[in-house]
Write a protein that binds this ligand. Sequence first.
Ligand SMILES: NC(=O)C1=CN([C@@H]2O[C@H](COP(=O)(O)OP(=O)(O)OC[C@H]3O[C@@H](n4cnc5c(N)ncnc54)[C@H](OP(=O)(O)O)[C@@H]3O)[C@@H](O)[C@H]2O)C=CC1
Ligand SMILES: O=C(CO)COP(=O)(O)O
Length: 341
Amino acid sequence: MSIKRAAVIGGGSFGTVIANILADNGVEILQWMRNESVAESINHEHVNPDYLPDTKLNPSLKATTDLQEAVRGAEVIFVSVPSKFVRQVVGSFVDDLDPTQALVSTTKGIEPDRFLLMSQVLQELCPNNPVAVISGPNLAKEIAKRELAATVIASTNSDLRRNLQESLSCNYFRVYASDDLYGVELGGALKNIYAIVSGFIAALGMGENTKSMIITRSLAEMSRFAEAMGANPLTFLGLAGVGDLVVTCMSPLSRNYRVGYAIGSGQSLEESVDELGEVAEGVNTLRYVREKALELDIYMPLVMGAYEILFNHADPKDVAKGLMTGAFASDVEFALPSHKI
Ligand SMILES: NC(=O)C1=CN([C@@H]2O[C@H](COP(=O)(O)OP(=O)(O)OC[C@H]3O[C@@H](n4cnc5c(N)ncnc54)[C@H](OP(=O)(O)O)[C@@H]3O)[C@@H](O)[C@H]2O)C=CC1
Ligand SMILES: O=C(CO)COP(=O)(O)O
C-alpha cells in the first residue's frame, strides 16, 4: 500500500527534490523549512529560489515553517537537514509522533561523539518508529531536471521498504532495495571524503589514469574501513557505494568535489566552504573518520593525506607524491589479503 501523506523536513536542494518526486507521484506532501520567504515562494511561485531556482516544482507540493503542522498525520517523515542539526531538529518533534510514523534519513553524514550514522540517531530518538535511509548517486540538481537516476532504500522493515519503493519510483527515478542500513549509509557518508580528494586531483590538472586510480583506491579504503566497523563491504558494490562514489568524484555538481577543487586551486578551506553556501558533509566526515581510523588502526592513506591538505595546509602535490611511495600493497584485499603479498 503506497504512502498517501508524507512530510519532508529541510528546505535544501535534496529535500526539495524528494518532496517534488513524491508530489509528482500523487503523495500529499508538506515540506518544512525554517525560511519563511522560501516557503512562500514554494507555495505561490512553485520554486525554491535559494536552492533550485531553475526548477518549476509540482504545484501540489506545499511548504510550511510550522514543524508540528508538517509532521502531523504524515505516514512517512523524510529528514533532510545537514547531519550537524538532525538531532536538534528531530528532537523538537519526537513528542508529537505516534509509533506508526516512519522516519527516513536522506542525510549523508556522521554524528561525531559516538560515531553514529543518521539512522542510529533517529532510532535513538524514536525507538518505537520504523526507520529507513535513502542513499545513492543522486545529485539533486540533475534529478530536479528529471534526468534518469537510481537510488537505494534501506530498511530492515520490508513493508516500509516496499511502500517507499512504490511512492518514490517514477519514470525518471528507479528505487532499489537493501536491508543493510549501516552499509548503505556508511557508503553515502564516506564517499564525500573522496569527492573532496577528486576535486584536488582535478584542480591540479592530473590525468585520467590518476582519477581512476583515486576512485578505485578510495573504494578499497572505504571497504577496509567498513569491514573494520563490522559493516558488510559487499554493499559498496551497489549504487550507495560505487555508484555514489563515482558520481561525486567525477562531477562538479557535487559540493564536496567543488570544495576539493577550490582548495586545490589555492583557496583556503574557509573560503571554499563560504563560497559554496550549501552543505559539504565531507569536511567534517573527514575529521571524524580520520579520528576513528587512528583509534582502530585502520590503514587509510587517502584520508590521512586529505586531512593534512585541508587542516594542516600541506601541499596537495607533496601529499600525492607521498601516496605513490607507500609500501607494496594488495590490489583487492578480499582476494589477496595484505599479509600474504
Ligand atoms: N544535494 C544533493 O545532491 C544531495 C544531498 N544529500 C544529503 O542530504 C542532506 C541535505 O542536503 P541538501 O538538501 O543538499 O542541503 P542544502 O545545503 O541544499 O540545504 C540544507 C537545508 O537544511 C537547512 N538547515 C540548515 N541548518 C538548519 C538548522 N539548524 N535547522 C533547520 N534547518 C537547517 C537549510 O536551511 P537554510 O536555507 O535556512 O539555511 C536548508 O534548507 C545532506 O546530508 C546531503 O549530504 C543526499 C543526496 C543528494
Ligand atoms: O550525495 C550526493 C549525490 O549523491 C551529493 O553530493 P554533494 O553533497 O557532494 O553535492
